[in-house]
Structure formats: C-alpha cells, structure tokens
Ligand binder design. Sequence first.
Ligand code: BES
Ligand code: MN
Ligand code: ZN
Length: 499
Amino acid sequence: MNIQFLKEAENTDVAIVVGVFEDNEMTAAAQFLNDTTHGLLKTAIETNRFKGKVGDCISLIAPNDLKVRRIILVGFGQRKNLSHKGLQDIGGHIYAALATTPDKEAVLHLGDLSANSLGKGDIAALIASGILMRSWRFDKYMTKQKAEDLPQLDSFSVITEDPESATEAFKPLRAVAEGVFLCREVATEPCNIIYPETYADKIKSELKPLDVDVEILNEKDMKKLGMGCLLGVGQGSAKESRLVVMQWKGGPSDQQPVAFIGKGVTFDTGGISLKPGLNMHDMKYDMAGSATVVGLMKALALRKAKVNVVAVVGLVENMPGGNAIRPGDVLTSMSGQTVEVLNTDAEGRLVLCDALWYTQDRFKPQFMINLATLTGAILIALGDLHAGLFSNNDELSERLKEAADKSGDPVWRLPMSEDYNKLLKSPIADMQNISNGRMAGSITAAQFLERYVNDVPWAHIDIAGMAWIDGRQLPTAPKGATGFGVRLLDRLVQDHYEA
Ligand code: BES
Ligand code: MN
Ligand code: ZN
C-alpha cells in the first residue's frame, strides 16, 4: 500500500477519516469538518453508539456538496493514553473500517495533534504503521476470489502539520512491518511448502540481498558438531533437518553480538508420542519462534540497525516413523549433557538446547534470547494475552518488559528456581526432557533450556499462545499468524543495544 504524509489533501474523491477522543471531544480536524457540515458529525455521534473509545467507528456518506465519498469517525480513546501501542491500534481499526468499503483512497486528517511525549510526526507515523500492519493478507492459494469482495484501499494519506518528520519516523516503522509480514508469511505457509530445506532457502533468498550473512548447516555438519538432540527430533522425518545462522554486522567490529534463537519445528505431530488428531493442523505454526527471529533480522537489516546481531534457527520436522526416536531413548547434546527422552512431543527444547549451546560457544554473545512455541501449558497460564517470559537475568527481563509494554507485544515473567530444576532428574541420564507430572510444564521446559546457556544472560519467551490468534480480533493483525515478537525485539535492540 502506498502511504504518504502531506501538509494538505490533494484529491477530493476519497474517504475522509477524522478522530474523536473519548467522551466525544473532537480533534481539531473533526471539529473543522463538523463546522463545515453544519453539525453533521455531532449528530452522527449522538445517534450512534459511539463513545470515542479505541475501536469505535462510524462510517457516513458525505453530503453531496462536500465532494468527498465518505466520512469515517474513529475513536482515539483518551488523549492521555495516546502511546506507541495505542496509536498503532487506532491505525489498525482505521484499516478495518476501510477494508469493508469499495474506497481505493483515504485521507486521515490529524491537524495539529500532538500528545504526551509524542510529536506530530511520530503520531502520524505510528497510526500509519498500524494501518499497514493490519492490511497484510495471505491469499496466494485462493483462486476464486472476486475483486469486489476484497479490500480496495491502495493509497493512504495522512495530513499533518509536520509531514517531513512523519516521513522520517515512518521509515523504521515500515521496516519493522516488513519484518512482521515475513514472519507471518512463513508461519502461515503450509508444511508441504515450508519444511526445513525450503525454509532455509527462503531465509537465504530473503536476507542475503539485505546484506545479512546466511549459513545453512545440513545434517552432516550438525553431526560433526555433535548436535544429537536436534538431529534426534528430525530423524523420524523424510525431510532433512537444517540449522540456519544469520549475521547482521551493523555495529563496531569489536562489539560482542546480541543473539536471537528460534524454535523452527516446521510440523509437530508429537512423533511417537503422537498428538491427538483434533486441531493437529495448528502445529504448522510450531516454527513461529524461528519466524519471529527471521522477521526481526529482516527488520534490523532494512533499517540498517547499528548493532551486531546473530540469529540461529533450528529447523526440523517432528514425525513418527520407523527411524523416529522412541520414548526412553537417550540422546547426547552438543554440550555433552545426555537427555532421556520420556516424551517425543517435548521436542522444542531438544532443538533449542543444541541451538543455544552452539550460539554461546561460537559467538560469545552479550545475551541470548530464544523464542519458541514451547508448551501448551503457557496457554493455560496466560491465554492469548501475554507471552511467558523466563530469564536468568533481572536487567534483561526488565528491559524486555519495558519493550513489551511500549511495542504492544505483551510478556509476563514467570519464576524459575532450583526446586523446579530438580524435577528434571533422570534415573538413567543427566536429565529427562519432561518432569514426571504435568505441573508447572512451562517452567520445567524453561529449566531445561537454562541448562544449555552456560551462564550467559538469557531469556526464553514462550509464544505458544501469542504466535497464532484466531479466537479474537487483534487491532493490528488479521486472524492467524500475528508476527508476535518482531516489534518487541526490535524495540529492545533500538532502546538499549544500538550505538
Ligand atoms: N509445540 C508444542 C506446544 C504447543 C502447544 C504450541 C499448543 C502451540 C500450541 C510442544 O512441542 C509440545 O508438544 N509440548 C508439549 C510438552 C509436554 C509433552 C511436556 C505440551 O505442551 O503438551
Ligand atoms: Mn511437541
Ligand atoms: Zn512443538
């Protein structure tokens, strides 16, 4: 979609969008339009269930003499609450309102609006990025769509007193949106299209042109490194496993990198500990952690972030089969630690343990953050409202929490301790891959991972409840793959780790 920032509107045959605050205080732009239309907006507000809350919206046919197609009133919520996340949400709602009209072009009038610490340009750019993020669609396999049933909007203008700074502020936001789109795309692709080999190639073709170094390790390479746990998960599949290592060198050459690691189980049947059939198709998004990491690398490279970053994703398919690992098998990880696999469906941690060990061993990073759709238990604990955060480091956790609140990708920290760690004791190997009961399943999974970080500052974000949301409508994403984590980690890097 073409998005631009202007001082004055150019075309007239468009939909006009104006904002109204909670308790129906009009923005200056809305007030002006209300005056020109002899109180039309006021009447519309009074005759509809419109309170100016974020998400409230009225679509009106414009009076004939106004020479525009339509007037859309959108709720801006409370002025004091205007924030990064709030403004992006407002943009998402604006797109949703326009997507059901045949309008090709729309214009948002912001007048002189500024709020809190946000300048006019920031406000315009943040709303625009919300519009862009909500506009993403995945319809490449729909062969029978009719044009008239699809959104028609292809041009959006924001009228602001400061179009220059809005245009500047929008550049990094567009880069992040592009990263979010890549994340959603690979998470949505079906598993006959995206499997370890094709996924690795896709990563290379997306990131190489942006000057990200991409190395692809195959099974032979990983065998040499001793990655017995990751390879164990993949061995029941007809598809070969891959490990993809990405490097973005935007910082000084002597700067230690920051590191992101992702679980990329391209399909999780559970293996021999087979999952029940109902909704098993959901497990196509079991590579969402890796998708977030790949999307993040795209965002950072597009906006030329001034930092050194490494990203490592373990790509495997977890299938039952004659060669699959069995419950009770013992695997040896790259770290040398041995694991008794009591449940082949607890495979994410087996993939990550080798990816984490490899990352700290080779790159000596400032910190490691891994993302994974790791446990169903995190959905029971936090639903689809927060990702679970686990960490061995309070400073990193605080920074993540702050970045989460600001970016609109929420996280909630859960505890870890030696008592939970003990639950992984195995009678035959260094550890079991699950505890004996079902209690605290997300925490014991985190305890497992911590055994492979070698005391590097580390955080694990369990995104099983957040990566794919179709039970409710998010403002800035269509139903399905959300792109969770790209905005969050971009914000973290921007606020603390760039020169
Ligand atoms: N990929 C699943 C976790 C998951 C569940 C992701 C629901 C997204 C939605 C993971 O590999 C898994 O199967 N975990 C098991 C662990 C158990 C065997 C200890 C689980 O959560 O049931
Ligand atoms: Mn599983
Ligand atoms: Zn899984």
